[in-house]
Design a protein around this ligand. Structure first.
Ligand code: NAD
Length: 362
């Protein structure tokens, strides 16, 4: 039996809690073990290891995790503005990397990091866990099979309760500041949706966008994009950081030549928001049993259908660990992230110019 991949985690804040659960489950599967954690705040490490399990080494500086010879692969979960230095150091060290999205606050740095990772040849995954959602995967299978004909257009509404210190005490207040976060609901949250859209319909070619700052922060809380894909598919994305505590949902409607699909999802496994409706010609709309779909999807991936996985991050880590074991590149990787970031950047440029923006001009 192969020994587990020894992970070193950098950044033990809010979302590291979800990573900790995913790491714990994957440790149970014999795939990974967290051996090191870094955060300048020691109490943050305490909270992380309370879920992930005690680590062999604790550091205040993330660079020490990368240099630790006992760390096989680096997990980067710091606020976005700190990613650059740590991605470059991990690439230089030649260690595999699991990096949270967005890669960086500015598109120029995103491009720099993608080039550095490509040049280094490291296996590098990006935290786009939405792709691992069985409902999203079912939609992709429907597209690939051609069963409903070609996709024509879509509407995607994506919203999340605003995760800032001003609204939730103690939560990641850097998200409200454009100099730290680089952007609001479009970059910080809906980059997940941009990844999903590029994965489903191919790379985007042109974007027209507008945005608002209703809560008065320097980052936007509302953005609306019209997206043209190179495949010909066109669609609309509405992205909202909402003020409705407890709410977080993605709703996607796709029209095909011979069918229509409506779905809703959340980030939590088995969330009440999950739904899938498929309409075929001359038939009543079929409401899919999403519980059965989820369990079948888990079983197909060799996972226990009855286990409570909690977050889809579990499957993201599983994919990362299996890619490292098999010596293959993983997805979603930095190339995928560049495609998603390109949609976001084109959106912001269009907001500035009030004109459509061609992605070929990036
Ligand atoms: N995939 C997702 O769905 C998802 C969800 C939320 C956040 N994120 C991303 O994850 C990242 C972290 O977000 P968060 O909400 O956990 O932020 P956070 O502010 O809650 O936590 C970040 C932690 O990193 C620590 N830190 C800062 N610099 C460090 C360094 N050099 N070395 C080690 N630790 C350092 C901070 O002390 C803090 O504890 C961001 O890029 C964010 O966009 C992704």
């Amino acid at each position: 039996m192969q020994s587990p991949i020894r992970l070193g985690v950098i950044g033990c804040g809010m979302i590291s809690q979800a990573h900790a659960v995913a790491i714990r489950f994957n440790e149970h599967d014999g795939l990974v073990r967290c051996v090191a954690a870094a955060d300048p705040d020691p109490t943050a490490i305490d909270r992380f290891v309370a879920i992930a399990g005690e680590v062999d080494s604790r550091y205040s500086d993330g660079l020490d995790v990368i240099a630790d010879p006992n760390v096989d692969a680096v997990v980067l979960i710091t606020p976005t503005r700190f990613h650059r230095e740590l991605v470059l150091a991990t690439s230089d060290a030649g260690k595999p990397l699991f990096c949270e999205k967005p890669l960086a606050p500015t598109f120029a740095v995103v491009q720099e990091l993608c080039t550095a990772v490509a040049d280094s040849g490291i296996v590098a995954q990006v935290g786009f866990q939405s792709r691992f959602h069985p409902i999203i995967q079912t939609l992709r299978e429907l597209i690939e099979s051609g069963e409903l004909g070609a996709p024509m257009g879509y509407m995607l509404r994506d919203d999340q309760y605003w995760p800032t210190g001003a609204i939730v005490p103690g939560h990641s207040s850097w998200r409200s500041d454009i100099s730290e976060a680089g952007g609001g609901t479009l970059l910080e949250h809906s980059i997940h949706s941009c990844d999903v859209l590029a994965w489903l319909f191919g790379p985007a070619s042109r974007v027209y966008a507008t945005k608002r700052h209703v809560f008065g922060y320097s980052v936007e809380d509302t953005a609306a994009l019209t997206i043209e894909h190179g495949s010909g598919v066109i669609g609309n994305l509405l992205s909202v950081f909402n003020g409705v505590r407890g709410r977080e949902e993605r709703r996607l409607e796709v029209f095909f030549e011979h069918g229509a699909v409506e779905l809703t999802t959340d980030f939590v496994v088995g969330a009440p928001e999950d739904s899938l409706l498929i309409q075929r010609p001359d038939q009543p709309a079929e409401r899919i049993d999403v519980d059965a779909l989820r369990k079948a999807s888990f079983a197909r991936r060799g996972c226990d259908p009855e286990r409570d996985y909690y977050v889809y991050q579990y499957f993201a880590y599983r994919a990362f660990a299996l890619a490292l074991r098999e010596g293959t590149q993983t997805t979603p990787n930095f190339d995928d992230a560049l495609r998603a970031h390109s949609i976001v950047e084109a959106g912001y440029r269009s907001c500035d110019s009030r004109l459509p923006f061609d992605l070929g001009d990036l």
